[in-house]
Design a protein. Structure first.
Length: 201
């Protein structure tokens, strides 16, 4: 059975494939947006991670006829009252400019003392079947914002997020450790029973 992950991010595709393999879910082939005919993608305008993930999964399932998974994720910083939140990817004003987003966030937190630099990565993941059945789950990963980027793995805010219980940032973790610990890994694992059911057990 083909399942569409409504993303062009190769790292996200690899993450879901590894999680399915590790869980022993057989009979599921994960494809991405680059593997299906293009269709209009609605902008992410919902104020919640869950709403954006569900809208993306619904659009993908309707356009392709494939069971579709979509996620919306970001970082919620305590000292910024939960922002950037759903605006994480475009916090600096330009969508997907990781370096500018990191620089802006670190600048905003420059004078915030270490004990008040708590944050959480948040991921909502939605699965929508062509018949309309849908499920939305949420994973969170607590930690803190460090003062200087470190690590070359991961993407987005990984180089400045140090997870609870870790000595380094999430960009310094191996892909396997990140899958096990991360917000997206946690959310995607919550979808596994539903994917297994779609695949016929």
């Amino acid at each position: 059975m083909k399942v569409l992950l409504a993303s062009r991010n190769a790292k996200k595709l690899g993450e879901l494939r590894r999680i399915l393999e590790a869980a022993g879910v057989a009979g599921v082939e994960v494809v991405g947006l680059a593997d299906v005919p293009e269709f209009p993608e609605a902008p992410e305008t919902d104020p919640t991670f869950e709403g954006n993930a569900l809208a993306k999964a619904r659009d993908a399932a309707a356009a392709t006829g494939l069971p579709s998974v979509a996620d919306d994720s970001g970082i919620a910083v305590d000292a910024l009252n939960g922002m950037p939140g759903v605006l994480s990817a475009r916090w600096s004003g330009k969508h997907g400019d990781d370096a500018a987003n990191l620089e802006l966030l670190l600048g905003q937190l420059r004078d915030v003392p270490d004990e008040r630099r708590g944050a959480a990565f948040v991921c909502a993941a939605a699965l929508v079947a062509p018949g309309g059945a849908q499920v939305v789950v949420r994973g969170e990963w607590r930690g803190e914002i460090v003062r200087e980027p470190a690590g070359a793995n991961g993407f987005g805010y990984d180089p400045i997020f140090r997870p609870e219980g870790c000595a380094g940032t999430s960009a310094e973790l191996s892909p396997e450790d990140k899958d096990r610990l991360s917000h997206r890994g946690r959310a995607l694992r919550l979808l596994l029973p539903h994917l297994r059911e779609l695949a016929g057990g």
